[in-house]
Design a binder for this molecule. Structure first.
Ligand SMILES: [Ca+2]
Ligand SMILES: [Ca+2]
Ligand SMILES: [Ca+2]
Length: 204
């Protein structure tokens, strides 16, 4: 008579009905293996996993939302990060726009968007903003963005003679001696050059 035997199976295995062999138990068929989301049967065991945006907790069964904002504070560089279940999105600040997937903020190139944004100046794009470089005689007035003419006459930034009138012009200004005064506007005298010379001449 041939001796009989029975198998004692390791954890994760069960004996075949004839008790002659051990076969893997598919734990996933029984209440999803206790997994929150995904259950994957393996030889002699099983594994729980989560959908993207969720992380497996130390109990190796439960899934919890990943707070991407806390995990990577720079994720929305140029905006505010808003954590949502299984995902996150960026609320971008002025000067930035959200990428198509709302997962990052991109600089708006104001110079490309509006070629006239700096008016009389050159536009330089910067991250989150832009800078207007103005030529001499132009400046960026407070509260505006483009380069506009400096009114040298109004702000007193001219070198006109006190007997001269100042006329503002685009990018510059002009001085002209008042009636009865003579000169180039920067120097005005009460007499013509001719009178001046004849006066000097008379001295001798
Ligand atoms: Ca999340
Ligand atoms: Ca910009
Ligand atoms: Ca001017």
């Amino acid at each position: 008579m041939v001796g009989t035997f029975q198998c004692d199976c390791n954890q994760g295995y069960q004996t075949t009905p004839d008790r002659q062999a051990c076969i893997d138990i598919d734990e996933c068929t029984i209440i999803n293996g206790g997994c929150d989301t995904h259950c994957t049967n393996t030889e002699g065991g099983y594994e729980c996993s989560c959908t993207p945006g969720y992380a497996l907790l130390p109990d190796e069964r439960s899934c919890t939302d990943i707070d991407e904002c806390e995990e990577n504070p720079e994720v929305c560089d140029g905006g505010q990060c808003a954590n949502v279940a299984g995902d996150f999105r960026c609320l971008c600040y002025d000067g930035f726009m959200a990428a198509l997937d709302l997962k990052s903020c991109l600089d708006v190139n104001e110079c490309d968007l509006n070629h006239n944004i700096c008016l009389h100046g050159d536009c330089e794009n910067t991250r989150g903003s832009f800078i207007c470089h103005c030529p001499p005689g132009f400046h960026v007035r407070k509260g505006t963005s483009g380069c506009t003419d400096v009114d040298e006459c109004e702000i007193g930034a001219h070198n006109c003679d006190m007997h001269s009138t100042c006329a503002n012009s685009l990018g510059s200004f002009h001085c002209a001696c008042r009636p009865g005064w003579f000169g180039d506007g920067i120097d005005c005298s009460g007499m013509t050059l001719h009178e001046k010379h004849s006066k000097i001449f008379r001295k001798f």
